[in-house]
Design a protein around this ligand. Structure first.
Ligand code: TRP
Ligand code: SF4
Length: 557
């Protein structure tokens, strides 16, 4: 999240390139949210600047947070203010939260430097989910820091301590939640090993741009991260889990969502006859079935799936005359699906068409497959690698599959969810970067220094006070306004609204605005650092080895 080398053309290069972590950028960091759109690339070890957040929706299938915001009962201020802008399947977490069902939140931190106000966003997100009743996890990505960033174990120990102190100081409840470092967590290592058996190098090449030069430990740290992400479901039971991160981490989330599925024992799909259908074909066959079943029900007064004698050839005849609607979903082309669905239905001939759920054996042991057969209620048909069930809904089938899997030493994972926050703009304009002290405020900064950095920050103000009064300031492009919205105003929406409207209406001048922000920053840092001191004791009581005495290669610089 704090890297300085813009990587505009593709995914991450590997290994040694990471050594550029400390070199200052040369372009003055002029990239703005409304600037020229660069090629979108999400690179966990590369540039953390995003040209246009909206591109991430179309390009990677990240969903807009707005779409799910209404499902969150009492949203966090970062959600209310659009700082959290995107998600993957957060609906599952929001639903669990609303219904008092189990859910979890986990994020991780690479101990490469001091924690700063950008990391605070993630600390707050974890803590908020914990306060909403979720199981909360915070981890130190020490394996990643060592293998991808060349940090020595001593440096890692020191930084890890600082991250954990800030997380505790901000309110993480370590009695309820869990903190760990990757290298110390045996269960995570074992899980990573299992998950790694379902991923291969070509995939890492495609996702991360790894190549023959990439060091093997770096790859191992990726597998470890996928294990981190699924760990909350391992220590207890499968449950919706949110991973709050910056969008640069989305490649890890996508990979983990895939792996979570690949390790499942059974795949549950819906079918209508012995042959397989893809999603688009299934919609068409369903339309045919529904129409014909309704007709036959009209004849004898009821719809009963087992009684209707719709046959594949009837459905083919119906479908041949059917004009599929155009659907505005990527990868759903009903017109193309029509001809393949017709082929399948015609080949089905007189075979009855009956809705059913199908369980495929993906990774099950023999006993697990037998147990599944036994666990399916109602009418069923058993085939070589699959079972068809006629009296179960899709949801019921998913539950049966998961229960049998868990009873037979499988994981039964749900796909993890994620939420993505915007990166803060650096105080000097451009990106906030750990390697440019003036661009960020460390949570360890002396409160006076922190306040001075705010006073020296770039603003969205006009050249003269006169112009400012006339035209108003550009709060949307102002790092100081961001400080209010992301941190200084806390839960106080009135304050952000006041600053914003006074600014754009020309009633607020930057000098005073920065004075106010600087004072709030000083207070925040003072308070935070007091709490960090109090957290020392808490941390020492936890079973986390922060003096790891580990031998190693001493780090690459
Ligand atoms: N790769 C993350 C980073 O660069 C750190 C990390 C490791 C992480 N494991 C994780 C983040 C699990 C979220 C979830 O900061
Ligand atoms: Fe930024 Fe405040 Fe100036 Fe507006 S008045 S541009 S918010 S510093």
């Amino acid at each position: 999240m704090d890297e300085d080398t813009p990587e505009k053309t593709g995914p991450a290069a590997s290994g040694p390139r990471d050594e550029t972590a400390g070199s200052p950028r040369t372009d003055g960091g002029a990239e703005r949210a409304d600037g020229p759109t660069e090629d979108v690339a999400l690179d966990p070890w590369g540039s953390a600047s995003i040209g246009d957040y909206a591109d991430l929706f179309a390009e990677f299938g990240i969903e807009a947070f707005d779409d799910v915001a209404d499902d969150v009962t009492d949203p966090h201020y970062l959600m209310r203010r659009g700082v959290i802008f995107g998600h993957r399947e957060y609906d599952a977490v929001a639903e669990a939260m609303a219904n008092d069902e189990p859910f979890a939140a986990l994020s991780g931190f690479m101990p490469t430097g001091d924690p700063h106000i950008g990391h605070k966003l993630v600390f707050d997100e974890i803590i908020w989910h914990q306060e909403q009743g979720g199981d909360a996890f915070g981890l130190i990505a020490d394996l990643e820091a060592h293998s991808a960033r060349g940090m020595s174990w001593d440096e890692i120990d020191e930084h890890a301590r600082n991250y954990l102190l800030s997380l505790l100081a901000l309110g993480f409840d370590a009695e309820e939640g869990e903190l760990y470092r990757q290298s110390d967590n045996r269960a995570v290592q074992d899980l990573g090993f299992e998950l790694g058996s379902k991923a291969n190098f070509s995939e890492f090449e495609a996702i991360y741009g790894f190549d023959g030069e990439t060091n093997i430990s770096h790859m191992q740290s990726v597998v470890t991260q996928t294990a981190d992400i699924l760990y909350p479901q391992l220590v207890d039971e499968p449950k919706p889990t949110v991973i709050p991160v910056g969008p640069d981490q989305d490649p890890h989330v996508r990979l983990t969502r895939d792996l979570a599925t690949r390790v499942r024992y059974f795949k549950v799909t819906e079918a209508f006859a012995s042959f397989e259908l893809d999603d688009a074909e299934r919609r068409l066959v369903r339309a045919a079935y529904d129409a014909l079943a309704a007709e036959s029900a009209a004849d004898d007064g009821e719809v009963d799936d087992a009684e209707t004698d719709v046959r594949c050839e009837d459905a083919a005849a119906w479908l041949a005359d059917y004009e599929p609607p155009e659907i505005d979903e990527e990868s759903v082309d009903l017109a193309a699906a029509k001809s393949t669905a017709l082929d399948k239905l015609r080949a089905g001939g007189k075979e009855p068409l009956r809705p059913r759920v199908r369980f495929f054996d993906r990774n099950a042991t023999e006993e697990a497959f037998e147990a599944l057969i036994g666990a399916v209620d109602g009418e069923k048909r058993v085939f070589d690698g699959h079972v068809d069930a006629f009296d179960l809904t899709r949801g019921e089938a998913e539950s049966v599959a998961r229960e049998v899997e868990i009873d037979h030493d499988g994981f039964g994972f749900r796909q993890p969810s994620s939420i993505y926050h915007r990166f803060m703009t650096g105080l000097t304009g451009g990106k906030m970067s750990s390697s440019i002290p003036a661009s960020h405020i460390s949570l360890l900064d002396d409160p006076e220094d922190g306040s001075d950095k705010v006073k020296a920050a770039t603003t969205g103000g006009r050249d003269t006070a006169e112009k400012q009064r006339e035209l108003g300031g550009e709060a949307d492009d102002c790092p100081v306004y961001e400080l209010y919205a992301y941190l200084l105003a806390g839960d106080d929406d009135e304050l952000t609204k006041t600053v914003y409207s006074e600014c754009v209406n020309g009633e607020r001048l930057c000098g005073g605005c920065k004075e106010q922000a600087a004072e709030l920053m000083r207070e925040f840092l003072e308070d935070h650092q007091e709490k960090r001191e109090e957290a020392e004791e808490l941390l020492d009581d936890l079973d986390i080895d922060l003096d790891s005495d580990r031998r190693g290669t001493g780090g690459e610089h």
